[in-house]
Design a protein around this ligand. Structure first.
Ligand SMILES: Cc1cc2nc3c(=O)[nH]c(=O)nc-3n(C[C@H](O)[C@H](O)[C@H](O)COP(=O)(O)O)c2cc1C
Length: 226
């Protein structure tokens, strides 16, 4: 746990949030308890409202230029999950889970982003001059298709992590999965050009309530300060 005395801020700026307040404790608690469910209870079901609640939390994730270049395709029905399973190399979790969210990253070149900015401009949240500057900057940033694809993967990964933490907060077992053939998933769920299935997030009830968290390498082994 960090202390306020560990953080220094320039005089006159807003201070950091108190890490010992309810919010800080709750966030740290979620990080301490989250784990990837190893065995889902195949009898459990999850309502559409509960899944939409998780997606509502996932879209709070940050994204470059606030492009929100993600989409969530939910394999909810047993049929959809059976369709997904072969593309995920037959992993049982796909059909044992109550739902699997395909977190899709979108290369930031589509008209959808223009529409998003049009709305911001109409609402007065984005002045016209700023809009032009953003259009130019976004065009420059993603003129290389590899950069667009990398950004799609970054945004969708952050959204997936946010979804995992929201699931933990709601008492829903979850497991992120990259063990799938992206081309097969894209074909089976009719993803558009420029859309990449980045992660599957299986959701449901943990069949093993005694499952414990895995070890992590110590901070000293994974960090350096420059
Ligand atoms: C990018 C990524 C891909 C993963 N792919 C799979 C997968 O295909 N199948 C699976 O059962 N678990 C998968 N996992 C779960 C990891 O095995 C798990 O996160 C890791 O062992 C650490 O365990 P923990 O999440 O419980 O702390 C994946 C996790 C990540 C982050």
């Amino acid at each position: 746990m960090i202390l306020n005395s560990d953080i220094s801020v320039p005089a006159g700026s807003a201070g950091p949030a108190d890490p010992s307040d309810g919010r800080g404790m709750a966030a740290r608690g979620l990080l301490r308890s989250r784990l990837s469910c190893q065995a889902f209870d195949p009898r459990a079901t999850l309502s559409r409202a509960a899944i939409e609640g998780l997606i509502g939390a996932a879209v709070q994730a940050p994204s470059a230029f606030n492009l929100q270049n993600w989409r969530f395709v939910v394999a909810h029905s047993p049929n959809s999950r059976s369709r997904l399973k072969p593309a995920a190399y037959g992993q049982e979790k796909i059909t044992d889970a109550a739902a699997v969210v395909i977190v899709v990253g979108i290369e930031p070149v589509s008209d959808a982003f223009s529409a998003l900015m049009n709305r911001d401009e109409e609402d007065g949240r984005l002045p016209a001059s700023e809009r032009e500057r953003l259009d130019r900057q976004i065009g420059r940033s993603y003129s290389d298709p590899c950069a667009g694809k990398a950004e799609a993967i970054r945004s969708a990964s952050l959204a997936a992590m946010t979804l995992l933490l929201a699931a933990e907060a709601d008492g829903i077992a979850a497991c992120p999965m990259s063990g799938f053939d992206p081309a097969e998933v894209a074909r089976a769920f009719a993803l558009a050009a420029g859309e990449t299935p980045v992660l599957l997030v299986a959701l449901g009830r943990n069949a093993d309530p005694a499952q414990v968290q895995k070890q992590r390498r110590p901070v000293s082994a994974v960090s350096s300060f420059a």
